[in-house]
Design a protein around this ligand. Structure first.
Ligand SMILES: *Cc1c(COP(=O)(O)O)cnc(C)c1O
Length: 438
């Protein structure tokens, strides 16, 4: 073998701390506001739905936070995850660029989401919580939280966006296998769900509606707290294990990235990959690097949304978050990247965009599947539709490098596999994928 294309870290290199970019921003992030008073939310406001230990983490100003040993033990079931060089894709594109990808699909749930589900279940258990309620789009977060709750002996209730509940029966079965109860949302379980169904019995749901249902369930059921799989600061914090491992793995590969690319739904896998590198850049000890967030053209939060205080959910139950948003009443078309159908964006990723630390681009569905199939046919792995957005942007960067003759180093986060998304590939391969999907 003349060339090494896989860069693995030993178990001993599993990060011991999470990295918090909030500490290194040149100006502080605007705080979340109480929608009634428009004053910064208090600890008491937040502890209605989250345990105090996680609220403290949400507001944490420290650059590093220790990862509890119990969490590291569970992480070690699949972490450190591999970094690979996509030499066959490079060859197919005839590009001088070097393309690297961090593969998060090796977790039991098949994506990066357990990186936050596990610590969230851990901290809730520590706080004496017995039951967690949440929402899920494509089912990736619900499955990850079901897994984490199972490991810590917590009950798990998931409100799953109805269109995905119907299109993705295998993720529902995965959640049930890990012991969770799953309701299609809008559901008859909550007042808000019943109200929506009364107005529109065929409503296919949205993440915003499912979040409202999960929060209503939380405030009405004893010993229950709410868990969110993206967007919030503590989720971005937990995901930083991805980028921290990557920094060491790129050193093993003997290269330094010129551009780092990730898909964005709520922003957490992109944050997890990019923030440790951005932190390193801000500390000024490395050559500058570009960061590109990629989103679907049909849910263009960063590229077309406005930076504003907005609700995280449709029913206006969450605090107001300063973020790029399409408006909390925005109903995204039911494209097959369920994980990217969110009206808002992580306040941390939004702040990074505002400070010009990152760029954003968007692509239509047919283009992302074209690149996903090219990736599968060259590298073997079948990517989930979400990271296929990142792959599309990688292909465009690599083609530009061919045109300019630059030997660019491109790194992206392959945040999940597509083995449970083959129905979307079927639509593409059979020529039945519409621009907005169906
Ligand atoms: C949930 C999910 C996303 C979108 O969420 P982020 O918080 O933006 O990472 C992207 N890819 C996969 C595979 C997912 O499961």
């Amino acid at each position: 073998m003349s060339r090494i294309t896989r860069f693995s870290l030993p178990a001993s290199e599993l990060p011991k701390q999470w990295y918090n970019l909030a500490h290194d921003f040149s100006e502080p992030m605007p705080p979340p506001l109480h929608p009634g008073t428009r004053e910064p939310v208090s600890l008491a406001d937040m502890t209605a739905i989250f345990p105090e230990n996680l609220v403290e983490q949400e507001m944490c100003p420290d650059p590093y936070v220790d990862i509890p040993e119990e969490v590291r033990e569970i992480y070690s079931l699949w972490r450190p995850t591999p970094l690979l060089r996509a030499v066959r894709l490079e060859k197919a594109l005839n590009t001088p660029a070097h393309i690297y990808y961090k593969y998060e699909g090796v977790s039991p749930a098949g994506s990066h989401k357990p990186n936050s589900a596990v610590p969230q279940a851990y901290y809730n258990k520590q706080a004496g919580v017995k039951r967690l309620a949440t929402e899920t789009g494509a089912g990736q977060w619900g499955a990850s939280l079901a897994l984490a709750c199972q490991m810590f002996g917590l009950e798990c209730v998931v409100y799953m966006v109805r269109v995905s509940f119907n299109q993705k029966p295998y993720r529902k079965l995965l959640m049930q296998t890990w012991g969770a109860t799953v309701h299609p949302s809008p559901s008859l379980e909550t007042e808000f769900g019943r109200k929506i169904l009364a107005e529109d019995p065929d409503c296919t749901g949205s993440l915003g509606i499912a979040i409202s249902e999960a929060i209503e369930d939380t405030v009405k059921t004893p010993d229950t707290k709410y868990a969110l799989g993206s967007v919030l600061n503590h989720v971005c914090l937990h995901q930083s294990v991805i980028g921290q491992e990557c920094i060491k793995q790129m050193e093993l590969a003997g290269e330094d990235p010129d551009v780092i690319i990730g898909c964005v739904g709520g922003g957490s896998n992109f944050a997890g990959m990019a923030f440790p590198f951005i932190g390193r850049n801000l500390q000024g000890d490395k050559k500058p690097c570009r960061f590109v967030a990629v989103e679907p053209e049909s849910c263009p939060t960063l590229t077309k949304g406005e930076l504003q205080y907005d609700f995280g959910d449709t029913a206006e139950m969450t605090p107001l978050l300063m973020m790029y948003s399409l408006g909390h009443k925005f109903m995204p078309p039911s494209i097959h990247s369920g994980g990217l159908r969110y009206h808002g964006m992580s306040p941390m990723v939004s702040h990074a965009r505002k400070l010009d630390l990152i760029e954003a681009v968007s692509y239509p569905q047919d283009q992302i599947f074209e690149s996903a199939v090219l990736f599968a046919r060259t590298e073997g792995l079948v990517p989930a539709p979400e990271p296929a957005h990142a792959i599309r942007a990688v292909v465009d960067e690599a083609v530009r490098a061919r045109e300019t003759g630059e030997k660019k180093v491109i790194l992206f986060n392959l945040c999940g596999h597509g083995m449970l998304d083959l129905a979307a590939y079927d639509l593409y391969l059979s020529g039945n994928m519409r621009q907005t999907g169906d």
